[in-house]
Design a protein around this ligand. Structure first.
Ligand code: C5P
Length: 328
């Protein structure tokens, strides 16, 4: 859904939702169809050129608001912190501080489906869902741009998760250019070894150690690379009319260190009907693309046992045209 339509829908449904102090929000994962490290920025982050895609593997947040001045989080997955380091709590506090309303409180429950530490922006999506939900329930009326600005303070992927769909993402990931592709038949098989997670700072640090000699320098060179990515015919790619030009620079440093990623990429590339395989974000989750959900599902039925014998959990998912969204 494009930005304008999304906000029209939100403003239409908000009044009915705001009459209550309870909301349920879907918080979807993303994959990277393209992740290119261009160079280093003066703030120490990497300058990126990416294409991010929302998928229908989603967590659910249940939010009840009150005037207790307290933010309380519970999570149905014991591996995940429900304390001040969770992006949900950070997002709620940041929003409350921004509007200078110490009285605002919330009780939030997270139902986790997206694997943790997987390169799927699960945490960032949860933070984005919190901003969207509390903006509505606390009746703050912040604009999309204001929410994106707050989201960028908490994580490079969080602004994308607010609107989602298919977007070009530049800067450190927060400069968004929606591709306005409202429907794509494409689907994927996603796999991850549940015993492994990858630290994003480690992956970027390792990339810098090995490849900083090749970094581009200066805005002129960065912009040339952005133009090249804008010039790809993403509409044809996402209607499965031409093979997707998948790329993930971080894969070059993560795969050699983690055998589960090597196994995943090899097994996925052998699946019948697979259009291309790649790692997502800083990994370790990997995916294979298919031209339709039924093709992906058939391939998964035939391969699930083998993937599992290599210790890989697997999901069949579809591309999705939106990010975090109220559940009606
Ligand atoms: O913003 P986010 O929390 O995703 O970043 C985590 C870490 O990943 C950063 O502290 C940084 O080490 C690295 N990173 C980077 N360049 C980016 C995004 C992340 O170097 N564009």
């Amino acid at each position: 859904m494009c930005r304008q339509v999304f906000w029209r829908v939100m403003s239409t449904i908000n009044p009915s939702i705001c009459s209550s102090n309870f909301l349920r929000i879907q918080s979807p994962a993303k994959i990277n169809l393209h992740l290119e490290v261009l160079g280093l920025r003066t703030d120490g982050f990497h300058e990126l050129a990416m294409v991010m895609q929302s998928i229908d593997l989603a967590d659910t947040l249940e939010i009840t608001t009150n005037k207790s001045g307290q933010i309380k989080l519970s999570v149905d997955n014991p591996e995940l912190s429900s304390g001040n380091d969770n992006l949900i709590v950070k997002a709620a506090r940041l929003l409350r501080n921004h509007v200078k309303r110490k009285d605002l409180g919330a009780i939030i429950h997270l139902r986790k489906k997206i694997p943790i530490g997987a390169g799927l922006a699960g945490g960032s999506s949860n933070g984005a869902a919190t901003l969207l939900g509390l903006n509505s329930l606390w009746d703050l009326a912040l604009t999309q741009d204001q929410l994106e600005h707050l989201a960028a303070e908490l994580g490079s992927d969080m602004p994308f998760c607010l609107e989602g769909g298919t977007q070009l993402c530049f800067g450190r990931g927060e400069k968004l250019e929606p591709l306005n592709i409202s429907f794509t038949p494409m689907a994927l098989i996603l796999v991850k070894d549940p015993s492994i997670s990858v630290s994003t700072p480690w992956a970027y640090g390792r990339y810098k150690e090995i490849y900083s000699g090749n970094y581009l320098e200066g805005e002129f060179e960065f912009e040339r690379r952005r133009q090249k990515l804008r010039g790809e015919n993403w509409l044809r790619v996402l209607s499965a009319a031409q093979p997707p030009p998948l790329k993930n620079d971080l894969q070059q440093v993560v795969a050699p260190e983690i055998s589960a990623v090597q196994n995943a990429l090899k097994l996925l590339s052998e699946l019948p009907g697979s259009l291309g395989v790649a790692m997502s974000g800083s990994g370790p989750s990997c995916f294979a693309l298919f031209s339709s959900y039924s093709k992906a599902n058939d391939a998964l039925e035939k391969s699930k046992k083998k993937l599992s014998s290599f210790g890989l959990e697997s999901w069949c998912c579809s591309f999705q045209s939106h990010g975090v969204i109220f559940e009606l």
